[in-house]
Design a protein around this ligand. Structure first.
Ligand code: RP5
Length: 176
């Protein structure tokens, strides 16, 4: 399954199953908000291994710059794609109920020397960080994106400052 193929996507976001869709959605939203050209596809390292290999092998020629791969359980998708491309691959481990995602985390992160997968955290920060890291890579050659990233990081700083003010006023009330 591929969502509306855009002209020359610069990011390929792949997930091992449609059941990963809801968890991966925040990454899509961030890519869209930053105006990144992306495509989304469900491709499984285990159920559709030939398709997975072909996707990674063709990604460079298709001018994709970064691949994001999300998978749960015995999560070999990111590593399998990384084995078939020289593009940077960012892995999102998806938590399954069985082992709370530890299986996916270790399967994604423990790559052999020479075939890296930039693995992001388990949980809701994972897709966010995968998207932001992707944009940081793209921003190396795009000043417009770099400026937007600065604004994004500034908004995080402001959120923390606001949170601090709220906690301080809460504490003042407790101490009254
Ligand atoms: C992985 O197995 C997928 O990425 C998914 O997280 C998990 C379960 O897949 P389904 O059985 O729900 O299709 O390959």
């Amino acid at each position: 399954m591929k969502t509306k193929p855009k002209v020359h996507p610069e990011v390929g976001l792949v997930m091992g199953s449609d059941s990963d869709g809801t968890l991966v959605a925040p990454a899509v939203k961030i890519l869209r908000d930053f105006g990144i050209r992306y495509e989304v596809a469900v491709i499984s390292a285990h159920r559709t291994p030939r398709l997975a290999a072909r996707y990674a092998q063709q990604a460079n020629r298709r001018k994709i710059k970064v691949i994001i791969a999300a998978a749960g359980g015995a999560a070999h998708l990111a590593g399998f794609l990384a084995a078939h491309t020289t593009l940077p691959v960012i892995g999102i481990p998806i938590a399954s109920r069985a082992l709370n995602g530890l299986d996916a985390l270790l399967s994604t992160i423990q790559m052999p020397a020479g075939i890296p997968v930039a693995t992001v955290t388990l949980g809701s920060a994972g897709p966010v960080n995968a998207a932001i890291l992707t944009i940081q890579i793209l921003a190396l050659h795009r000043t417009d994106l770099a400026a937007r990233l600065q604004a994004y990081k500034h908004s995080l700083k402001e959120k923390v400052k606001k949170g601090n003010i709220q906690v301080q006023s809460l504490l003042e009330k407790i101490h009254e």
